[in-house]
Design a protein around this ligand. Structure first.
Ligand code: SAH
Ligand code: F3S
Length: 482
């Protein structure tokens, strides 16, 4: 899965290469989106330069860090339960253990954490990870430490993240941080700050390093990748004040994606997430032109109703979205499109919900992430709109959306039967040690007998059967991407 880290990995602890000179032990857990998992690698990298080895045994840790998610109330409740667990360990087994909260919940709740959750010693927002060594020094001296300052510049472009929680084949590379879109339901602009882009050369260098170490696929990550704009640093919103020279030499997402595809012809390039209002036809031509750019666009729409889209401050209409979809399918005929949907946004009527279902029928998404609306304090919808759709209605509508998606996923999967697709082998299949598992360009999981292939190979696989989420087939040879 591309954007949201799969359920089984939520809360995974990260393990780094052991450095004998490091004497302290760090236990770090991550929740939420790919950006958080990627940030934890940056944090681990900073701390491994500052005396820490990682451990997977919380009971023996000197420092426990949890990288948190605020996107829905449920995500925050999960973290609260984890904090209770750390507290129990601290009391019963390891009184010297320090606990730090990182990420979006740290940013949202700030010092409230130190006041309410007595076990928390350290609160660090998503733009302050480089300050961790200083903050830890404060904690060592017995003081609570907090840094939740959001930055105009920070992209961590100069930190090379450690990669040891990955499969050695696919990696995330952050290209933008923050978001300027202000969708009225969304807490991200508040927790991750204003949008800024990372210097292209540092992105290319990071991918080069990954390539040198045998990685075969990167996913360029951002809240809104199509809005990427490098003009020498600074916030996207300040581009209007850039000098003529900066404007003339600026790099946009089309250019970055093309640059990456050309520089690394033997690597697969993915990107996520695209926002419909920022995605232009030009990018579709870039995707169509380069075989190593995966034919998959994650294009969340949230609702199919014009009225709700407006209330959500999504800056496009249903018709405009359909036009964009038409362009996608005409310029890149084999492209998979995936969605995010929210059911039960305030004031959503049965008719609005039907509009969502009919838009889904129109697009026939390959896959989706679907959620019941969760009011977030501080957002515009949270402040100005009553959360007036009853929970059971939200859940019933959500189920209808999920059921329809399931049907469409199956249709999309069936389209591959009889076809040959290129698969990058990522791992041994969970279900059978005799089979490999990987993904095709459209981001669908493909499972097939191992034969003599190995992890990291690009293999052409003839698809013989499927479920809604998985294709099955047989390898017919290595592809020319090797
Ligand atoms: N642009 C981001 C979106 C991050 S949030 C990206 O990189 O994907 C991921 C998804 O969570 C959103 O697309 C939306 O469908 C869902 N979401 C966000 N806020 C929500 C809320 N308050 N209630 C329910 N779902 C929400
Ligand atoms: Fe959130 Fe909308 Fe940005 S969903 S992350 S405010 S594009």
């Amino acid at each position: 899965m591309e954007k949201i880290i799969e359920e089984s990995k939520q809360g995974d602890s990260l393990v780094l290469e052991y450095k004998p000179e490091n004497v302290k032990k760090l236990y770090i857990e991550s929740y939420g989106c790919a950006m958080n998992f990627s940030d934890s690698e940056i944090v681990a990298s900073i701390l491994s330069e500052n005396g820490f080895n990682t451990t997977q045994v919380m009971e023996e840790a000197d420092l426990v860090l949890v990288n948190t998610c605020s996107i829905r109330d449920k995500a925050e409740q999960t973290i609260r339960k984890r904090l209770e667990k750390y507290n129990a360990v601290k009391r019963a087994k390891n009184p010297k253990m320090k606990v730090g909260v990182l990420g979006c919940m740290a940013e949202r709740l700030k010092s409230q954490f130190l006041e309410e959750e007595k076990i928390v010693d350290l609160v660090v927002g998503p733009d302050a990870y480089k300050d961790l060594p200083n903050l830890l020094a404060e904690v060592e001296e017995g003081r609570d430490a907090i840094n939740v300052i959001l930055s105009k510049e920070e992209t961590y472009g100069d930190i090379s993240p450690v990669r040891l929680m990955s499969n050695g084949i696919t990696a995330f590379v952050s290209i933008t941080r923050g978001c300027d879109n202000m969708c009225t339901f969304c807490v991200v602009p508040f927790t991750r700050g204003r949008e800024r882009s990372r210097e292209p050369q540092s992105i290319i260098n990071e991918i080069q390093d990954l390539s040198d170490r045998g990685y075969k696929e990167v996913t360029l990550l951002g809240q809104n990748v199509d809005s990427y704009l490098w003009y020498g640093g600074g916030l996207k919103k300040d581009f209007v004040n850039a000098t003529e020279m900066q404007k003339a030499t600026a790099v946009n997402f089309d250019q970055l994606l093309e640059m990456t595809a050309v520089a690394f012809p033997k690597m697969r390039i993915r990107f996520s997430t695209s926002n419909p209002q920022d995605m232009h036809e030009s990018i579709l031509h870039v995707i169509a032109k380069h075989p190593n750019i995966c034919k998959h666009i994650h294009l969340p729409v949230q609702s199919g109703s014009d009225r709700i889209l407006k209330e959500m401050n999504r800056l496009h209409t249903r018709e405009e979205y359909k036009d964009l979809i038409n362009k996608v399918y005409s310029i890149i005929p084999d492209c998979a499109v995936t969605q995010d949907m929210i059911s039960g946004f305030p004031t959503e009527t049965e008719e609005d919900h039907q509009d969502t279902l009919s838009l889904m029928e129109y697009v026939k998404y390959s896959f989706g992430y679907m959620f019941a609306y969760s009011e977030r304090p501080g957002t515009l919808a949270g402040r100005k709109m009553e959360d007036d759709v009853p929970e059971e209605t939200k859940l019933r509508r959500l189920q209808e959306i999920v059921d329809l998606q399931q049907k469409h996923s199956l249709i999309r999967s069936q389209e591959f039967i009889g076809k040959t697709v290129e698969v990058l082998i990522e791992k041994i299949s969970k279900k059978s040690a005799e089979e490999f598992s990987g993904r095709n360009s459209q981001n669908v999981t493909v499972v097939f007998p191992k034969e003599n292939y190995k992890i990291g190979d690009f293999v052409n696989v003839k698809i013989t059967s499927c479920t809604s989420g998985t294709l099955k087939g047989e390898a017919i040879g290595l592809s020319d991407m090797n």
